[in-house]
Design a protein around this ligand. Structure first.
Ligand code: SAH
Length: 361
């Protein structure tokens, strides 16, 4: 049994069941036993591989997008170039290398920032950038509210999927909050809490949903988008958020645990498996639009191909041995291929109403 599981069981035995959001929050960010606070999740030896870890091309193209967004916003003075939820720091490393080649003067005048909730991962990011002799050293911040003043150009990859969600479940007597409690064998299990729910939280298809159907909302995600959008409206700039998820809010369960590159039971290994859920982009866009910002969504495949992924792959492979060329082609396929990350993953641009940044139409 994991150390966190033991503690959660004690907590539930004395205080009663906890919400799915509380369970997720403890699993991911508990200071002592949390997944992001204690483990090295990324890469072949970890539990999963993210796009920046698949290929340097991902960070390069995103660096170009953020730079283009800065220009499209009128190349304002004192830009803040930020990443939120930077993992190992690979995306920032690849962006900085690209920006330093594209426009060294920009790198001199921009302030670079990383927003990271885990101090352990912040150390890993610092080491990555030092080792790469990055053209600029970012400052670290624990939350968006702490970022320095100025027009903000911010990217987040696989950030929102890692934020806690609440789940509701349809029972015989209507929709109920889903909670984590203990079954008769003393094992963690899902239950439906007593007490009816605020109907305004439920989507249009909730009424006709069959018994057992689950619906997810993510107040923590919406609060984070709210903070980012409020900042973008007040001081200008643009945001780009890439994640797996769906376009339209709807019922259905997407909570999942991943350990060593395989799906795991969500309740089996708290603190030792990554726990995420699919992002409801509809819900995020409603929040950002509420601040008068323009939201545009496209699949990761269309986004990367539109930014020139294939051309970049050709350039990188030119003159290299055949096996390296194949590895580069495979990486491009993995990032943009429809059966791979190309369609499930989406790119969301959050922009001032009058600004357009290709490849968004
Ligand atoms: N972007 C990276 C890592 C994705 S994992 C990549 O693509 O490889 C999610 C990251 O978000 C981790 O670095 C985690 O510590 C961080 N994180 C989780 N919740 C956060 C929050 N509320 N604010 C900032 N970072 C957060």
């Amino acid at each position: 049994m994991t150390a966190l599981k033991e503690r959660l069981k004690r907590l539930i035995a004395t205080a009663g069941p906890i919400s799915v959001a509380e369970y997720m929050a403890q699993c991911l960010l508990d200071p002592e036993h949390g997944y992001y606070t204690t483990r090295e999740p990324f890469g072949k030896d970890g539990d999963f591989i993210t796009a920046p870890e698949v290929s340097q091309m991902f960070g390069e193209l995103i660096g170009v997008w953020l730079y283009t967004a800065w220009q499209a916003c009128g190349a304002p003075e004192k830009p803040v170039l930020a990443e939120i939820g930077p993992g190992r720091g690979t995306l920032m490393k690849d962006m900085l290398r690209t920006l330093a080649r594209l426009d060294p003067a920009f790198v001199k005048k921009a302030r670079f920032a990383l927003v990271e909730a885990s101090s352990r991962l912040a150390k890993v990011q610092k080491a990555t950038l030092k080792e790469a002799k990055a053209a600029a050293m970012p400052q670290w911040y624990a939350c968006v509210e702490d970022l320095p003043e100025g027009p903000l150009f911010i990217v987040g990859n696989e950030l929102f999927d890692a934020l806690p969600i609440r789940q509701f479940v349809k029972t015989k007597s209507g929709w109920r909050e889903r909670v984590v409690g203990m079954d008769e064998n003393g094992e963690l299990a899902f239950f439906a809490a007593p007490g009816s729910l605020d109907k305004t939280l439920l989507p249009a298809d909730a009424q006709t949903a069959p018994e057992g159907m689950v619906f997810e909302i993510a107040p923590a995600r919406e609060a984070l988008m709210d903070a980012i959008a409020e900042r973008l409206r007040r001081q200008g700039g643009a945001g780009l958020f890439i994640d797996y998820g769906f376009r339209r809010s709807a019922t259905g369960e997407t909570l999942q645990a991943v350990k060593q590159h395989a799906y795991d039971d969500v309740l089996a290994n708290p603190g030792e498996a990554d726990i995420t859920s699919h992002v409801d982009f509809d819900a995020l866009m409603r929040v950002a639009r509420g601040h008068g910002l323009k939201c545009q969504l496209m699949t990761q495949g269309d986004f990367l191909l539109g930014l020139g992924l294939l051309e970049r792959a050709g350039q990188l492979g030119a003159g290299k041995p055949a096996d390296m060329q194949k590895a580069i082609r495979d990486a491009a396929e993995r990032l943009a291929g429809p059966g791979q990350m190309g369609t499930l993953f989406k790119a969301l641009a959050v922009l001032p109403e009058n600004v357009t940044v290709p490849p968004f139409p």
